[in-house]
Design a protein around this ligand. Structure first.
Ligand SMILES: *Cc1c(COP(=O)(O)O)cnc(C)c1O
Length: 434
């Protein structure tokens, strides 16, 4: 018998048997360890807000919340997810460059939300927030998202110092005298800056933090509003590829805690917020597909599996023109020696459907389980799950040694349910006579 991948003592072959493939498998212990390390090592005043964008599964949000995370959301569904997961409205911020009137209303309605802060991304949005709040007879708590003049190197996707649809330019805000009192139904109360994603440099995190705290203080001072919250963004990365290495959280803490300490001492009532998506969820998840066919073509080996980039677009290679492979293993035969290079492909009718290119793996046979590790962030929700109408994969979360199905795979009827033939009210059913 070969060694096989296990999560909390549960064997991958048993899980695949019980829940079918393809599926995403999450380890609740990993989520726990991530949150615990952050809470133990980072400054006690720094609150971690989970960016649901990275993994919108309600059970993941609920577990992270149980371990101390609050929520950062960007749509009605994400807001509803955070609420269903038990996050109090006072621990939710709502952000996004294109918020609708309905989203702003939901942020302000006490029965559906009444979020802690709307993070505002434009002067036009600020006017709409004022209008929607006035209709409700409330005053909206608003933090300004700033597009800063500075840029800090070290992020996979840099945000500052460039024309962006996100936030309001620092220079425009500096010149916006009277902004704090411009709208009667808006209460400016905070500043948010997000410097980019996939940051793998401890010094970049520290430099961002220092500059953001300074910027927040300057802006609140010049515009004349009390700093109830500073959201220093986040964007901490995890290593996916050979040439990358994981962040050293102890090093980050050693660099930013003194900055936060100094700031906290002079701002005893200001909430300090860090938004994290990938850093919380990536390591907890493995995407698992079962090999259907093996074949060779012009000297190369192919393993064709039951799921591919339709569920895991990021595995195609993020932010790079050269294909770089996520960590990939044959999960049911971990201890077998490498015997050759394999292309791991999925069921789509496009050559781009390649999870792994020339990956050194043991000999693959039909029925083997292929795992793509570090896949708990930006998985199905950031993939074309409806391409070729295969639908969303199942998601399974292991908590306290028990595997829970936390999302059913889509069935064909799920994909057809919202479609209509002209003249019919629902698929297959004729419209009732008038
Ligand atoms: C995407 C995003 C996040 C989460 O980013 P990660 O890199 O997954 O941590 C947080 N804040 C904002 C504004 C974002 O756009």
């Amino acid at each position: 018998m070969s060694a096989e991948f296990e999560v909390q003592g549960l064997k991958v072959t048993d899980i695949a048997q019980e829940f079918g493939t393809p599926l995403y498998l999450y380890d609740g212990d990993s989520l726990h360890d991530r949150m615990t390390a952050l809470r133990e090592q980072l400054h006690p005043r720094l609150e971690v807000f989970f960016s649901l964008k990275s993994n919108p599964n309600m059970a993941i949000c609920s577990l992270l919340h149980a371990y101390g995370a609050r929520a950062e959301v960007s749509s009605l569904a994400e807001l509803a997810t955070a609420r269903a997961a038990g996050v109090a409205p006072g621990d939710i911020v709502f952000l996004g460059p294109g918020k609708s009137r309905a989203e702003l209303a939901a942020c302000l309605d006490q029965d559906t939300g009444g979020v802690y802060a709307i993070i505002c991304e434009s002067f036009g949005e600020l006017a709409l927030i004022d209008e929607v709040a006035a209709e409700r007879g409330v005053v909206a708590p608003v933090a300004l998202r700033v597009n800063p003049e500075f840029a800090v190197k070290g992020s996979g996707l840099t945000m500052g110092g460039k024309p962006r649809q996100f936030g309001i330019d620092e220079a425009q805000l500096s010149a916006a005298t009277g902004l704090a009192t411009r709208h009667a139904h808006v209460r400016l109360m905070g500043v948010q800056v997000y410097m980019g994603t996939r940051i793998l440099s401890e010094s970049a995190v520290a430099e961002n933090t220092e500059r953001i705290l300074d910027l927040a203080e300057r802006l609140a001072g010049s515009l004349g509003f009390p700093l109830e919250m500073v959201d220093i963004g986040g964007g901490l990365g995890v290593a996916y590829f050979d040439n990358e290495s994981d962040l050293d959280l102890g090093d980050i803490a050693a660099r930013i805690n003194p900055l936060l300490d100094k700031f906290a001492a002079t701002h005893p009532d200001t909430r300090l917020v860090m938004e994290l998506g990938r850093y919380l969820t990536a390591q907890s998840g493995t995407y698992i597909t079962r090999v259907r066919y093996v074949k060779t073509s012009m000297g190369e080996n192919f393993a064709v599996a039951d799921g591919g980039t339709n569920h895991h677009m990021a595995a195609v290679g993020i932010g790079s023109f050269v294909k770089r492979n996520f960590p990939i293993q044959v999960l049911n035969r971990l201890d077998e020696p490498v015997s050759g290079d394999w292309n791991i492909t999925g069921p789509l009718c496009t050559p781009n459907d390649t999870l792994g290119k020339k990956v050194a793996l043991p000999g693959i046979r039909p029925g083997d389980l292929i795992g793509v590790a570090r896949s708990g962030a930006y998985g199905p929700s950031a993939s074309p799950v409806n391409f070729l109408s295969h639908g969303h994969p199942a998601e399974v979360l292991v908590v306290d040694g028990t595997a829970h199905l936390v999302r059913d795979r889509d069935r064909p009827e799920d994909l057809l349910r919202l479609q209509r033939l002209p003249g019919k009210t629902s698929f297959g059913a004729p419209r009732a006579a008038e």
